[in-house]
Design a protein around this ligand. Structure first.
Ligand code: SF4
Length: 530
């Protein structure tokens, strides 16, 4: 284990808490020292849940270590059972408790409670939060669904003609990035395709619901970090196939629809189920997007989705791609290789920061950690994955999945680039009279003030169209503008035109160019935008 200031993932018991907090009627007894109750804050403060998570901590103290910590665990289980009346109990040990080797599962079983008890071994010193969530979800399904497993060799019964295909949606959890809204979007999509939802889990499911998981025809794996292990077990034991594509981005959503239609044995829809992202990408001023150098670092699901969107749908150049999800590193390595890159697989934010500093991207897509890195390095940034801070659990509907998710992603990514441009313009024109401290706020100007301002503007405008006023030291002598470049300059709003002329001429002089063409104008723009 490594002591660090920031970390992408918490210890595995935080992952187990995320599963417990996602579900109904389940209670988690965590053998843990007093300090571990801090984890409640992730749910109440960051995710803004109304109640604290359904977790009882044994909260043993240093002085208890010499005595009987096992009996503390047993009485905590008994009390939680009587007080919360859950329909299943989850038990595990946190890092420190793992060292005292009390065997939570054995101790809870010995209580002979009348509800299922599910124990998870959390391997605190080798694994992290997402693995803890995945393992807990898998153990819950395994324990609760096993009694309903078909006998070895028994086939899945054929679906009756005329009945709709049914699926489970697996993976959304508490503290997941926009998981709640993704579920709404994906369920809407599946229902439009004519697929019935058997179960959504863990988010909103009860232990009783998990006993029916085998009744679906196939599984939609929404977040492989959380659900792939459980889905693979269901594939082996219930013969339920699973989806491989995560529907984030337009292309991925289209592929997902095809996959679902195949698994459900239905025809792909002929009507356009589409997003505005492709049109927006094409229609927006291409200098905002085309060829922008983007660096992506996130959990594997969102890193892979972002790389595909950036490369195929937005026209960006992906200059760096990485993940902290070691379990899914292979997929991220393959995606990076396809883009001619070497994936950055690390859970050390300092390594990510060094890579960003070296590659100098124009946009950083990442987690809360990358947001800080971007701020320090002055790079525009958008958050695309957990871990996130409180502002990334928005009140508004803000999915990432499906076609509406693609719209949200487009807006989220383009916004910081536009903000960057605005800041750049402000820096460029900070010496202009309209931007000086003494300039009256234009929206508060009196009639007189407005008249003066407008007269001044007209003056400036006419000054700019006067060749004698096209000042700029570098333009003196050989510099001239060709007709088309003049026309293009005329299209630039009057209040920035003078500055654009001066900058272009300075750039042309530096480059030894005598005749300014449209290309020179745009090269100058690109130069000053850097
Ligand atoms: S048990 Fe683990 S998470 Fe809890 S305080 Fe100790 S080191 Fe931190």
């Amino acid at each position: 284990m490594q002591l660090t200031l920031w970390t992408y993932e918490g210890p595995p018991h935080v992952g187990a808490m995320r599963i417990a907090n996602s579900m109904r009627d389940l209670h988690f007894v965590l053998h843990a020292p007093q300090g571990d109750t801090y984890a409640d804050l992730l749910f109440t403060m960051i995710e803004r849940n109304e109640k604290r998570p359904p977790v009882t901590y044994t909260t043993f103290q240093a002085r208890d270590l010499g005595s009987d910590t096992a009996s503390i665990f047993k009485s905590s289980c008994q009390e939680a059972y009587e007080r919360f009346k859950p329909s299943a109990l989850l038990v595990a040990a946190s890092c420190t408790a793992e060292l005292i080797q009390d065997d939570p599962m054995g101790l809870a079983k010995a209580l002979d409670l009348e509800i299922p008890v599910v124990g998870v071994e959390l391997l605190a010193y080798q694994r992290k939060e997402n693995w803890g969530a995945s393992e807990t979800f898998y153990q819950l399904i395994r324990t609760l669904a096993s009694p309903f497993r078909p006998a070895p060799g028994e086939k899945r019964p054929e679906r009756q003609p005329g009945t709709r295909a049914r699926c489970n949606v697996l993976g959304p959890t508490s503290l997941g990035f926009r998981n709640r809204d993704d579920v709404t979007e994906v369920v809407k999509l599946l229902e439009r395709l004519g697929v019935e939802i058997n179960l959504i889990a863990p988010l909103g499911a009860s232990p009783e619901d998990l006993t029916h998981i085998g009744e679906a025809d196939f599984n939609v794996v929404l977040y492989p970090e959380i659900a792939a292990t459980a889905a693979r077990w269901l594939e082996r034991n219930f013969h339920q196939p699973m989806t491989k594509t995560v529907p984030i981005g337009v292309g991925a959503t289209r592929d997902f629809i095809k996959e679902v239609c195949e698994l459900a044995g239905i025809d792909a829809p002929s009507d356009e189920l589409d997003s505005r992202l492709p049109w927006y990408s094409r229609s927006i001023d291409s200098t905002y997007l085309t060829g922008k150098r983007v660096f992506i670092f996130a959990d594997a699901t969102h890193a892979l989705a972002a790389a595909r969107i950036a490369h195929e749908e937005m026209g960006f150049e992906v200059v760096g791609l990485g993940t902290y999800s070691r379990e899914q590193a292979r997929e991220v390595r393959e995606a990076a290789e396809a883009l001619g890159l070497e994936a950055l697989i690390t859970d050390d934010y300092l390594e990510v920061e060094a890579a960003v500093a070296e590659l100098q991207p124009e946009l950083l897509l990442g987690t809360q950690m990358e947001r800080h890195i971007a701020k320090r390095q002055g790079v525009p940034c958008a958050v695309i994955s957990s871990p996130v801070h409180v502002q990334d659990f928005p009140a508004r509907y803000s999915p990432q999945a499906g076609f509406e998710g693609a719209n949200v992603i487009f807006d989220t990514w383009v916004h910081p680039l536009m903000m960057g441009l605005e800041e750049h313009l402000l820096r460029m024109f900070q010496e202009d009279f309209e931007f000086t401290d003494g300039a009256a706020p234009s929206h508060l100007a009196s009639e007189h003030g407005r008249a003066v301002a407008s007269a001044k503007r007209e003056e400036t405008q006419s000054e700019e169209t006067q060749p004698k006023e096209a000042p700029s030291e570098p333009s003196e002598g050989a510099l001239s503008w060709d007709k088309e470049a003049e026309r293009e300059l005329g299209r630039i709003p009057f209040f920035v035109r003078g500055k654009a002329r001066r900058n272009t001429e300075r750039f042309a002089a530096d480059q030894g160019v005598n005749l300014i063409t449209v290309e020179t104008l745009y090269d100058a723009k690109a130069h000053f935008s850097r």
